[in-house]
Design a protein around this ligand. Structure first.
Ligand code: KIV
Ligand code: ZN
Length: 553
């Protein structure tokens, strides 16, 4: 595909080197967050949210901790006007939350915008006009001076309308399509607006630098942001805000590098909804900070409920692999991953660790409201003994000997492979019980009595393929004595190679589980026994292993 003539880099580098940000390593404090879910997010939906849906989403955003929420473009749409009025009139905006409204730089729109926010305690009036070369030439067909004039006129009108407004009004200006604008021109137009608004320490102005269309790699945007931070008038009284869209898939990186470059504020949406490829995903940015030990000042400890609400009201889906929030982002199907996670979790428990170091899991799933069982170890034909053993142990209290885990792993994989499906924990338990526990199909011990003398003598009644046989055997333990009696009576040739027992704590304290492995000429076979009596459990385990072996074929 020949593209060199059709496509060229459409962004502009700052006239001077702006690389101080590159010396910094990570974002060390939370920015001011502004959710634009109800504006940029809503305007990108196939079916925009209803009033009730918006009110519900707004309440959830407040619950998560957003202190600034853009609620729409009230002068442009009746629904958005009504939404704004409802929030104000129904007193739904907490005192520490600021609503933000968007307006073009036209008098009747600015006037209506101020009417919409009448009675709001705190509001940001967000003024914007397009500044890129493409928009100036193709859409507005105006010179740079004329474009500056649009912004300046709007800024002056905002000053006028603010005089009669009662609440705390903060101004925001966006040179829309900033990333396609020459940085020097972006500087000039922003400075012209700043000079009119005259920010002070008590009345700061937000300058928003939108990646309206993402055109470059994130380090280029960082240089543009650093340049603006260096050249804007009255910088100490400005809040530099970022608003990246995700056309190249780097909106989160744009935000992170832009914060290193000096920005103070992020506008974005939950899960990255928004125009075209969406806005920057605030959940990811905040949780990235969280995993570096920095408090993001947003609470995503119940992400599943946010996902549920979001999917319901926007009719969008959170993609399964979306960082932190996707359904499969903690899931490990592969055997080696499961094994490492299971070992990591045990290591954590044994060493009483606070710090999260578990392999393959960048974050403790519990911190975002997810579970280890069900969310992490997922069983299909790719899985292995580690994960299957982990589920059996943590969920059902079955702690098999390592070699038996391995063998059970193959059984489960094969079931999943044949059924072509993922297996749920209860299905795995059922496979375990059906395969190993208290098997009596061909052979069972009906009764066993023991006499202690020089070693232990057992007297057993065996039922084997319909016949009842009595037998005696000696051994250095009860199980050994039963085993020898069976061998002698039926001429079986095998050796007991593994024995393990423990209390079955999860299901019932009063039961014991025993595991037995026997070696015959054809291989190793496993059985388990579960009983209230430990001797019965061990004998059942042995019988299960024999039932599973070639001896009874
Ligand atoms: O993406 C954008 O440029 C915008 C502006 C209105 C800030 O949404
Ligand atoms: Zn936008």
């Amino acid at each position: 595909m020949k593209n060199t003539e059709k496509y060229q880099r459409g962004y502009y580098m700052p006239p001077v080197k702006c690389m101080k940000w590159a010396e910094k390593e990570y974002v060390d404090h939370a920015p001011a967050w502004c959710s634009v879910d109800l504006r940029d997010g809503n305007q990108a939906l196939i079916i925009p949210m209803s009033l009730d849906e918006k009110l519900e989403f707004f309440t959830k955003l407040v619950e998560v901790g957003f202190k600034e929420i853009e609620i729409g473009f009230p002068a442009a749409s009746e629904t958005e006007y009504e939404f704004c009025r409802t929030l104000i009139e129904k007193n739904m905006i907490p005192d520490d939350v600021t609503i933000q409204v968007l307006t073009q730089s036209r008098e009747h729109i600015i006037k209506k915008t101020f009417e919409a926010i009448d009675g709001a305690k705190n509001a940001v009036v967000h003024l914007y006009n397009s500044t890129s070369v493409a928009q100036r030439e193709q859409v507005f067909k105006k010179s740079k001076e004329e474009i500056i004039d649009i912004a300046v006129t709007g800024a002056k009108l905002c000053n006028e309308y603010k005089k009669n407004a009662e609440g705390n009004i903060v101004f925001e200006y966006s040179p829309e399509s900033f990333t396609g604008t020459e940085p020097e021109f972006a500087r000039d137009i922003c400075n012209a607006v700043i000079d009119i608004w005259q920010p002070t320490p008590d009345n700061k102005v937000i300058i928003n630098l939108p990646v309206t269309v993402e055109m470059s790699m994130p380090h280029v945007y960082a240089q543009q942001v650093e340049y603006m931070c260096d050249v804007l008038h009255n910088r100490e009284n400005l809040i530099i805000s970022l608003h990246p869209h995700n056309d190249r898939g780097c909106a989160v990186a744009d935000c992170e590098m832009g914060l290193l470059a000096g920005a103070d504020r992020i506008e974005g949406t939950c899960f990255g909804n928004g125009e075209r490829t969406g806005n920057a995903d605030i959940v990811t940015i905040a949780m990235n900070m969280y995993t570096h030990g920095v408090d993001p000042k947003l609470d995503f400890s119940d992400l599943p409920s946010l996902v549920e609400l979001y999917e319901r009201v926007t009719r969008m889906k959170v993609y399964e692999r979306t960082p932190y929030s996707g359904a499969l982002v903690f899931a490990a199907f592969s055997g080696s991953h499961q094994d490492a996670i299971a070992k990591g979790m045990n290591w954590r428990k044994e060493n009483n660790l606070v710090r999260w170091t578990c392999p393959y899991l960048p974050i403790d799933p519990k911190d975002v409201g997810r579970e280890y069982e069900g969310d992490v170890i997922r069983i299909n034909s790719q899985s292995g003994k580690g994960g299957i053993g982990y589920i059996m142990e943590t969920r059902f209290g079955i702690d098999m000997p390592p070699k038996m885990r391995e063998s059970f792993g193959y059984v489960v994989k094969s079931v999943s492979d044949h059924a072509h499906k993922e297996l749920m924990p209860d299905e795995i338990k059922e496979i375990f019980y059906n395969t190993y526990v208290n098997r009596e199909d061909k052979i069972k011990v009906k009764e066993a009595h023991f006499v202690q003398g020089d070693g232990i003598t057992s007297k057993v009644t065996i039922e084997y393929k319909g016949d009842t046989i009595t037998a005696e055997g000696k051994g250095n333990g009860r199980l050994d004595a039963v085993s020898n009696a069976v061998k002698e009576a039926l001429g079986f040739n095998y050796s007991l190679i593994t024995y393990k027992e423990h209390a079955l704590e999860v299901t019932s304290k009063s039961k014991a589980v025993c595991y037995v492995g026997i070696q015959t000429q054809k291989g190793v076979f496993w059985g388990a026994g579960i009983h209230t009596d430990i001797i019965d459990a061990s004998v059942s385990a042995l019988m299960s292993a024999i039932n599973n072996s070639d001896l009874t074929e």
